[in-house]
Design a protein around this ligand. Structure first.
Ligand code: KG4
Ligand code: ZN
Length: 357
């Protein structure tokens, strides 16, 4: 079966070379599967368009205030077949019509990744389809090309729950890391600070919601490393909010929650925007993108919009459904990888951590 899947991949490459990239893309039907954390997701892409985008979120973690890895894998196991079937159904496609299966290979929770990858391998074997392993962080970036024209070179600010990273992409799948977080990621900072302020899990979107009615100038929280390099650090901000909340007391915090949230969001988004500006200056790019869950943040979207206008940049931000974890971004990246000839064998293994994108 491994041989059969590879033969199909080879046939695709041959077709790709013969027809040229644009026609080749228009032909492909890709099934994307994502199970790296606490969302079981499946999506179908055909003719370069997303035909379905199913996300089953795992409510089981809410009571624990964070993702419990073992419960996450069990929940993926329970819902994956139903999620994939629904994605195929909504796209009015059958497994037979799928040309390749793209699946998240990492980074993420090992147990969760294993469920998605094993399921994808099973499908690949039974239907005789090629498999494409996708890097989850790459996929957050390439999600932008679902709705925006594919352009290079660009600088991407990847801001998710586990990563905060600036990447210079000179051409497709050629990534140079410009800056990384030294401690907490931006999403992690939003979540941990939200928890300190008494907001329910997952608190990043809640802090955002509260901020929209608050005064960002209410309190001047620290903007760590804002004038220094392209690396990030958010753990100092978290400690500062912790001391502030302790000092002011619970009732004061609750009375001024909107303003405190807006001040926290301002501190985080000021740093993110300043670093993007520096990265643009350093690389001279004209195209910039936001990627990952925190790119759903309304203040960040607004500030990046203003920066792009000032510097005459082409700014790409995914619509909110493609910011947080989803399988459409896996299908899209799978499509691009297929076009570039990057297919995998059934020996493909998951990886929990990345050292480089
Ligand atoms: O990319 P993502 O969905 O998952 C990872 O790959 O980590 O990012 C999740 C992160 C969480 O920390 C969540 O709180 C944050 O993105 N997030 C937000 C917003 N929406 C999601 N943070 C701030 N404002 C939002 N609107
Ligand atoms: Zn993610």
């Amino acid at each position: 079966m491994i041989g059969k899947a590879s033969a199909i991949a080879e046939a695709f490459l041959f077709l790709g070379k013969k027809l040229g990239k644009t026609h080749y893309l228009a032909l492909m039907v890709i099934l994307g599967i994502e199970t790296s954390c606490d969302e079981t997701a499946a999506s179908v892409l055909s003719d370069g368009k997303i035909r379905s985008n199913i996300i089953a979120s795992q409510a089981v973690h809410e009571t624990f205030g964070g993702v419990v890895p073992e419960l996450a894998s069990r929940a993926h196991h329970k819902t994956i077949w139903q999620t994939v079937s629904q994605a195929l159904q909504e796209a009015e496609t059958t497994l037979k019509q799928i040309d390749a299966i793209a699946v998240t290979q990492g980074p993420g929770l090992m147990g969760s990744l294993l469920v998605g990858l094993s399921f994808a391998k099973g499908l690949a074997i039974s239907a005789g389809k090629p498999i494409i392993g996708v890097n989850h962080i790459d996929a957050h970036m390439y999600a932008n090309f679902i709705e925006h024209d594919e352009v290079y070179p660009f600088v991407a600010l990847i801001v998710s729950g586990g990563h905060t990273r600036l990447v210079h992409v000179e051409k497709i799948f050629s990534h140079v890391i410009l800056g990384d977080t030294r401690d907490d990621a931006a999403g992690e900072a939003f979540d941990k600070i939200g928890k300190i302020l008494g907001l329910p899990y997952p608190s990043g979107p809640q802090v955002d919601k509260r901020s929209q009615n608050g005064d960002a100038l209410f309190y001047d929280f620290p903007r760590s490393m804002i004038n220094k390099g392209l690396d990030f650090s958010f753990s100092g901000l978290k400690t500062s909010v912790l001391y502030y909340a302790k000092e002011m007391g619970e009732s004061y915090v609750q009375e001024n929650l909107d303003d405190i949230c807006a001040s926290v969001s301002a501190a985080i988004t000021d740093v993110l925007t300043a670093k993007v500006k520096r990265a643009v200056k350093q690389t001279g790019v004209k195209h910039v993108m936001l990627a990952g869950g925190v790119s759903a943040n309304s203040m960040l979207r607004r500030k990046m919009g203003e920066l792009a206008k000032r510097l005459h940049l082409n700014l790409m931000i995914p619509s909110v459904q493609y910011c947080t974890d989803n399988a459409a971004m896996i299908a899209k990246t799978g499509e691009l990888k297929a076009r570039e000839g990057f297919f995998d064998t059934l020996q493909i293994k998951p990886f929990a951590r990345i050292e480089a994108v």
